[in-house]
Design a binder for this molecule. Structure first.
Ligand SMILES: [Zn+2]
Length: 1021
């Protein structure tokens, strides 16, 4: 799936990652991902005045307060809340430091006695049952029994005690009949599952969640008739056990028939309902599915693990006036009762349960045939005018993939459907891909250049999954990156090949920068890591699986060269079609086609270790000494020591002023801690990690940094635009860990006056944004002026139009958004003028799409403007336009309006709940907003996890953004205390742990603050 792209890096468009906007600012909204979004990072003095006053107060006036003093007040209020905890922590520390430091005889005796007592106490505690110290105490249940086999809901022993299903029975085919009722919003179902027995057993264990099972029978070819069977339920693991009347024999097929009913879900998961207004403004319902990763079980009993592939025959009974879609083409429609008909779809190919999908709705479509496949785009009837771009794009990309993989798309149809309320970015269900409206629809009048890139990227990603994920599937969720990393990699690759004018390789570069920021924290994780629980599985859908996975594939492709890489992929897809794989299967397929026999060994160092290396280069004459250590961002940068156990096999690449064009860039595999590379001759400069195709950061000796800085100033085209962007990112990353003084990074930026390319400038804006507010507020006007001087001419050059290449348009959008938000030039004057004209025309005058958001955001600063924008929001039929409006509405600093927006979105009526995490991400960017958002999350926590479910991308995102600005210990303690008061499941969430380990902003803000303070001491000239 694609995560919500709008909040996320764009690639993650699938399930969850999809909500962000494509400019500089949008990167920030990833799930636990980008610690440092430019606009979002705020520093202490701004923080917390709201907390002092409390969320409930409506008296909040907007007068200019002294932030410093309110911060102090605020700090005090935090202290009061958390005094108890802090005291405990302090007491603990003292006692653990104290004793036994002076070994006099007496002390030693006392210590020995204390030790004996301590050991005894520990042993007693250890031997007592764990429940002794829990709130509930010990129940009278038989603990031994419970450990081995849990109890089913009826009190009987449940015959299976593991989270993963047994492999003694495997499904072959499902015959599924569903009757969703859009009036009662309930559904009834009947499933016949044909299974094959691998090992003799009396039980069939499978998944079922929230289904009311009314009847179950079992048949076999050898039996005269179906026999009723008992069904035991163990809801904690979503498992049911069918108890057979006789032993089930090896090699035999049996058919299990289960009748059941349930409610259509009011979350975004499972078989769920969506309300919408039709073209006559009547409220209607539709029902759609989102099964990945674990929700097929809530629509029908099934073996809900990706490796249990089977074929599916789906029949849907519906009202005559609706229509139904599923993975396969419709075969036949027959009447079954008055006003009710049944659609029967063709039998599917062998596939995983999480890819099954069906929709019952009233949608309209346009279609085009290519290579015997009918491609259709579906949307609500009033939005049919916005689907053409998607259809052309999908057809082109489908043709590209078939050629590139040398494997035909195996189905006769491919539907792409815009669902009016959808949590993820999109979902790759085989033959029936579902999207958010903003990731599929393109409106000529209101969609910007960046919107076009977004739609194209999401389609490219989902189509890649038809091979990576659907045809060949990861065996278990620990290797989710095989699906998501590959689809993300292919998305950029296919766009680059098919739509080069979109320049998406620079987009890829940008998201790699962000992902490395997340991956450089200690709370990161290897992209292939063991997962069991549903929350752990949900949390795999993060930037690391998507972007780091894709980055590693890019690095491998550069190393083994494109032809080998393509042959390896083809091999892999052919060898494992309709099967499931682990990471090793991919490396084996690559090894078969490349003379470099070390692919597996090399790649294992990248997928099984978290983080990435810092490569330090020292040049002496013709020798380059290179050494590697882990790049780790931490609060105590001066105590920074690398963990020596980390070692990567790094395919280094480098270029110099003497690079031979036929051999350039040079490659060197660093598989030791250090090595020496001999150059042919002495060189003036050397640059490693060419185009940043490798996943590592490079540090140079001072002279080499100076040589590169001079090169940029005097001959910037000697390096590619990607290399220039990379140098900017690279040097600021080193500032963050205290390896390079901030002043040096600013020296490097001085070349920007000559820079005209989008990638380096947007990277510079990103980095500058992180410190801009800070330096401005601390009276470091010198530095602020310096930044402004660099950008001034770029701002003045911009026109308020949609002219130019995609890259120029994106650049304009980024620069003007930055300028208006920092009040530079006459940006706000122009934006206000455009807004007033638009308002005077009652919204009929068209605005340039690339600056539309900036115009709306400026207009929303007055009450009048805000109210007008809200009324236009409720009547617009363009999701692209609404998205820009909503962001503008949420950027107000009026507290009552912000509360209203969040509350209204949580209710999901006027503003859909799918927008909530994006609203929160925008709200926190303003001074009043960020504490407000956190209070909102705390007060509505139970509602939030009911709607979005624990571990989901939306929840990860909400937790991350609502605590994003926090950078004091008091704040972190507050966050920690809150989550610890919830269930253990909550406090174990990775995004929560990252927060409570002072992970993101805190670390980065402190590091940069320290750098700024040092700089202040040096007082730049
Ligand atoms: Zn995906």
């Amino acid at each position: 799936k694609e995560t919500n792209r709008i909040q996320l890096p764009r690639n993650m468009i699938e399930n969850s990652m999809f909500e962000e906007e494509p400019d500089v600012v949008d990167l920030a909204k990833e799930p636990c991902l980008h610690p440092l979004e430019p606009d979002e990072v705020e520093y202490e003095p701004r923080s917390s005045r709201l907390l002092v006053r409390g969320l409930g107060e409506n008296e909040m006036d907007e007068d200019e307060e002294d932030y410093e003093s309110s911060a102090k007040l605020l700090g005090m209020s935090f202290m009061n809340r958390s005094t108890g905890l802090r005291n405990n922590a302090a007491g603990y520390r003292q006692s653990s430091d104290g004793s036994c430091s002076v070994p006099s005889l007496r002390t030693m005796v006392v210590c020995a006695i204390v030790l004996v007592i301590a050991v005894s106490v520990i042993m007693v505690i250890y031997l007592l049952p764990k429940c002794t110290f829990t709130k509930e105490g010990c129940h009278k249940k038989n603990h031994t029994m419970e450990l081995i086999y849990p109890l089913a809901t009826n009190g009987k022993r449940f015959p299976w005690a593991k989270t993963r299903l047994p492999s003694n029975v495997v499904p072959l085919h499902y015959d599924l009949v569903l009757q969703p009722n859009l009036t009662t919003t309930k559904f009834a179902g009947s499933v016949q599952i044909t299974v094959n027995v691998i090992q003799v057993t009396w039980n069939i264990i499978l998944h079922s969640s929230g289904l009311n099972i009314t009847k179950a029978t079992l048949t076999s070819a050898g039996w005269n008739q179906a026999k009723p069977v008992a069904v035991l339920e163990y809801p904690i693991r979503d498992q049911i056990a069918v108890v057979a009347p006789d032993a089930l024999l090896v090699g035999q097929n049996y058919t299990l028939i289960i009748d059941y009913s349930s409610n259509l879900s009011d979350t975004y998961y499972g078989f769920y309902k969506v309300s919408y207004k039709d073209e006559h403004a009547e409220k209607r319902w539709l029902a759609a599915t989102q099964f990945e990763p674990l929700a097929a079980r809530s629509a029908f009993p099934c073996f809900d693990e990706p490796a249990f592939k089977a074929t599916f025959l789906i029949k849907i009974q519906r009202d005559e006036q609706h229509s139904a879609l599923s993975n396969m083409p419709k075969n036949i429609t027959i009447p079954v009762a008055a006003g009710i008909v049944q659609d029967e779809f063709s039998v599917s190919l062998k596939m995983s349960t999480y890819l099954v999908a069906f929709i019952v709705a009233n949608l309209k479509n346009i279609s085009k045939e290519t290579n015997r496949t009918l491609v259709s785009i579906y949307a609500m009837p009033q939005k049919l005018g916005q689907v053409e771009h998607a259809l052309d794009t999908a057809v082109k990309l489908l043709e590209f993939y078939q050629k590139y993989f040398h494997i035909e798309y195996p189905l006769q149809k491919l539907d792409l459907v815009a669902i009016p309320d959808f949590q993820a970015g999109a979902m790759e269900n085989w033959g029936l891909i579902t999207f958010r409206e903003t990731t599929l629809l393109f409106d000529n009048k209101t969609s910007s250049a960046m919107d076009k890139k977004l739609v194209t990227a999401v389609i490219a990603h989902e189509l890649a999954h038809q091979w990576f994920g659907n045809l060949v599937t990861m065996e278990w969720w620990n290797d989710l990156w095989l699906n998501e990393g590959f689809a993300t990699f292919m998305e950029y690759f296919a766009m680059d090949r098919t739509f080069p004018e979109l320049q998406t390789d620079e987009e890829f570069l940008k998201v790699r920068f962000k992902t490395m920021m997340k991956d450089s924290l200690n709370a990161s994780h290897p992209i292939s890591s063991a997962v069991q629980s549903s929350e752990q599985i949900e949390e795999m859908f993060d930037a690391l699986s998507y972007i780091k996975g894709a980055s590693l594939l890019l690095m491998l492709k550069k190393y083994i060269k494109h032809d080998s890489f393509q042959a390896g992929i083809e091999n892999y897809l052919h060898n494992h079609s309709y099967g499931s794989t682990r990471s090793d299967d991919l490396w084996d397929s690559m090894n078969e086609v490349t003379i470099l026999d070390n692919v597996k060994k090399l790649m294992k160092t990248w997928i099984l270790q978290k983080g990435f290396p810092l490569v330090t280069v020292k040049r002496q004459g013709k020798s380059l000494h290179v050494q590697q250590e882990r790049f780790l961002r931490s609060v105590e940068s001066e105590n920074w020591t690398s963990d020596a156990s980390y070692l990567w096999h790094i395919p280094l690449s480098y270029t110099t002023n003497k690079c031979n064009p036929f051999l350039c860039p040079y490659a060197y595999l660093l598989d030791q801690k250090s090595a020496t590379i001999e150059l042919q001759e002495e060189v003036a400069w050397v640059k490693f990690n060419v185009d940043m195709n490798g996943y590592y950061i490079v540090h140079y000796a001072e002279d080499d940094w100076n040589a590169l800085i001079d090169l940029l100033k005097n001959n910037l085209t000697a390096l590619s635009a990607k290399d220039r962007a990379h140098l900017i990112n690279n040097i600021f990353s080193l500032v963050g860990i205290g390896k390079v003084p901030l002043l040096k990074a600013f020296h490097l930026l001085d070349y920007l006056v000559k820079e005209n390319h989008t990638a380096p400038i947007s990277q510079a804006l990103f980095q500058v944004n992180l410190i801009y507010d800070l330096v401005e507020k601390r009276g470091m006007q010198d530095l602020a002026d310096r930044v402004e001087k660099l950008l001034r001419s770029k701002i003045d050059q911009q026109t308020w139009t949609d002219d130019g290449t995609i890259s120029e348009r994106e650049f304009r959008s980024t620069v003007l958004a930055f300028a208006c938000s920092h009040h530079l030039g006459n940006c706000r004057t122009t934006a206000t003028k455009l807004f007033e004209e638009w308002k005077a025309s009652n919204g009929t005058k068209s605005l340039p799409t690339d600056v539309m958001k900036t115009v709306f955001t400026t207009g929303a600063k007055t009450d009048d403007g805000w109210e007008f924008l809200l009324s236009m929001y409720t009547s617009s039929v363009s999701e692209a336009e609404k998205h820009k409006m909503l962001e503008a509405l949420a950027s107000t600093e009026d507290v009552r309006k912000l509360i209203w927006l969040m509350q209204t979105s949580l209710e999901g009526d006027l503003i859909r709940a799918q927008e909530l995490s994006h609203i929160i991400a925008t709200v926190i960017q303003s001074l009043p907003g960020h504490l407000l958002a956190w209070d909102f999350v705390k007060e509505n926590w139970e509602k939030l996890i009911r709607k979005f479910h624990l571990g989901s991308f939306a929840i990860q995102n909400i937790v991350t953004v609502s605590t994003f600005q926090f950078s004091t210990e008091a704040h972190l303690l507050e966050v920690k205390t809150f989550f610890e008061s919830k269930s253990e499941k909550v406090s174990q969430l990775r995004c929560v742990k990252e927060k409570t380990q002072c992970h993101s902003v805190c670390v980065c803000a402190l590091a940069i603050k320290k750098a700024c303070e040092l700089l202040l001491l040096q007082k730049p000239g």
